[in-house]
Design a binder for this molecule. Structure first.
Ligand code: C2E
Ligand code: CA
Ligand code: CA
Length: 557
């Protein structure tokens, strides 16, 4: 009887055992015993055994081998089998008739794993076979945890451990950690299939181990991510050598690299890998085998981003955001004709944070929608305050972000806000950039049209900043075009204002009013005024002002 512990039969697949024994009676008897739990394949001598090995190689879990057989005996069988690497891990139990120590020793030297004595005892045989198979399978599991089968590199966990051990054992060495990752790997595996992609990973692992100088250990730390510990290198090049892409089974492979220099022994290797991967993220989607360092700059930027994400909700509730207003002046008369609402964040611990920094983060995480609603409401309140205090009432423009247009209720919500604060819609303008239009043209056209029909004016922001297309100018229901300040900077630097001039003409042909932004000097103001620009915004007149200064500014006229 088998004890429960020693029973492999609950497992779904029956293991296969090859029985090589010339004595028919013995062979039949062995197989009858084994078949309680295993499938058996019989061979009546060493030659037949080797044939069976070749035929059933992948299915076999164990070989039970008699030593003395005519023709090819057990020793010859072992010699041939162990010479073939396909059978490296296939266990062999040898049956010896005598208690000959010499036979046993020779069998061991030839690669046998265990012995049973003749005459056969069925219970001992079953236990030995079961134990040996279990041992082999556990070893295979350990191997899987240790080595990545596809690439032959360390698996993730073991890479971390190995590197940690290495760093401890080499306290004086300076090392760098390099991570690499394949651009769009899931698309590649969709297109070329998992076999080709496994081959791709294998080739890449080999290429990279060779191409990265001073490579000490390599691991596969993700589906398509590798990590290497390497000798410290003074200056990492901005691009990895092309040899990394030699002989790949898949075309157009693109890789990116992130490097943490001087791996710090006080930081877990997994964290160092994360940092290298984060550096790598900064060059993703760009062309070339780019290498990005993880440096203090990136560290601080990412820490700041994290802090921004963690504190933004409280900041809105805690009134840390404040809206500033930057005046827009009539180019010809100099009178104030409007203002742009620009948000400011005074963080209790970080201090002032520039919108150029937090707006892109909010645009990624969606918080911009809430923040923009806050700015709309502040703008409404400000218009009302000016009215109430008898100050000149001027339109205020609010910046809309691409995400704002995901909400089909936006025009209605702004309408509701304006009405709640008792404000004439003509005093609210919306500024949007062309990139918002480019991503979702139909929706943006429809919603801007709605805003216009509700009485709000529409301004196209940053025209000429890079995205500009005549198509969007033609399609969008616009009232005003704002020329991007980069056009002014460029014109001043070169003395050539022709692009600004033609853009203003273009706007006039389309029936749009123009605002030139970023005017800093009297000369710039004069040039664009001469070219027919309607409104001027920029430091020449005023920087963005907080509410009190803005009201003071209005009072002075
Ligand atoms: P923008 O809409 O193009 O705003 C103009 C930016 O140029 C403002 O920067 C303004 O302070 C600055 N500026 C104005 N005149 C001059 C000048 O003469 N010279 C120079 N060098 N700069 C000038 P700010 O306030 O830092 O805002 C940066 C960007 O952040 C804005 O660019 C806008 O895209 C975004 N932003 C600001 N507030 C909001 C908001 O409430 N909502 C949304 N969605 N975006 C906002
Ligand atoms: Ca703007
Ligand atoms: Ca702008």
């Amino acid at each position: 009887m088998m004890n429960a512990h020693n029973d492999l039969s609950q497992r779904t697949v029956r293991r296969k055992v090859l029985v090589v024994e010339d004595n028919d009676l013995n062979r039949e008897m062995l197989c009858a015993v084994l078949e309680q739990q295993f499938d058996t394949i019989q061979a009546q001598d060493g030659f037949a055994g080797l044939d069976a090995l070749a035929e059933h190689q992948a299915e076999l879990s164990l070989v039970l081998l008699d030593v003395y057989m005519p023709g090819c005996d057990g020793f010859d069988f072992l010699r041939s089998m162990r010479a073939d690497s396909r059978f490296d891990t296939l266990p062999v139990i040898v049956a010896t008739a005598s208690d000959s120590v010499d036979d046993e020793l020779l069998c061991l030297k030839l690669g046998a794993n265990d012995f049973v004595l003749k005459p056969y005892n069925s219970e001992i045989i079953m236990n030995r076979v079961t134990n040996m198979i279990r041992l082999r399978e556990s070893a295979a599991i350990v191997n899987q945890l240790t080595w990545d089968e596809t690439t032959g590199l360390y698996s993730r966990e073991l890479f971390f451990r190995t590197v940690e051990d290495f760093l401890t054992a080499n306290p004086d060495g300076e090392y760098d950690l390099v991570c690499s990752d394949i651009d769009g790997f899931s698309v590649l595996s969709d297109r070329y299939g998992s076999e080709n992609c496994d081959e791709l990973l294998r080739e890449l692992a080999r290429n990279l181990s060779d191409a990265i100088p001073g490579c000490i250990a390599g691991g596969r730390i993700g589906a398509d991510a590798f990590a290497f510990l390497v000798e410290h290198r003074q200056a990492w090049p901005a691009e990895a050598p092309q040899e990394a892409l030699d002989n790949l089974p898949v075309p157009n492979v693109s890789l990116k690299f992130g490097v943490v220099e001087h791996v710090d022994r006080a930081t877990a290797v997994s964290i160092a890998c994360n940092r290298a991967m984060r550096a790598l993220e900064t060059v993703k989607g760009r062309h070339g085998l780019l290498v990005a360092p993880y440096d203090d700059d990136l560290h601080q930027r990412q820490e700041l981003e994290q802090t921004i994400r963690e504190t933004m909700e409280d900041a809105l509730d805690g009134l840390q955001f404040e809206v500033y207003y930057q005046p827009k002046h009539d180019a010809k008369t100099g009178t104030i004709r409007g203002a742009e609402a620009l948000v400011r964040w005074s963080h209790p611990t970080i201090g002032f944070i520039s919108p150029g920094l937090f707006i892109p983060i909010f645009e990624r995480n969606g918080f911009i929608i809430k923040l923009d609603m806050f700015v709309w409401e502040e703008a409404c309140k400000e218009i009302k305050r000016c009215e109430d205090r008898g100050l000149p009432t001027i339109p205020i423009s609010v910046n809309a972000s691409r995400l704002d247009f995901d909400n089909p209720d936006l025009p209605e919500r702004i309408c509701e806000l304006a009405d709640r604060h008792g404000i004439d819609h003509a005093f609210l303008h919306v500024e949007l950039t062309e990139s918002a239009y480019a991503e979702n043209p139909d929706t943006v056209v429809r919603m801007l049209g709605e805003m216009k029909s509700l009485g709000f004016s529409t301004e196209l922001d940053d025209f000429g900043a890079g995205y500009s297309s005549l198509v969007s100018l033609n399609m969008l229901p616009l009232d005003i075009m704002k020329l991007d300040m980069s056009m002014v900077r460029q014109a001043t630097a070169t003395g050539d204002f022709r692009i600004i001039e033609s853009t203003i003409k273009l706007a006039q042909v389309l029936g749009l009013k123009t605002v030139v932004e970023g005017i800093e000097t009297a000369e710039e103001a004069q040039r664009v005024t001469d070219m027919g620009c309607d409104l001027i915004q920029g430091y020449y007149y005023s920087k963005p002002l907080n509410r009190d200064d803005f009201e003071e500014y209005l009072k002075r006229g």
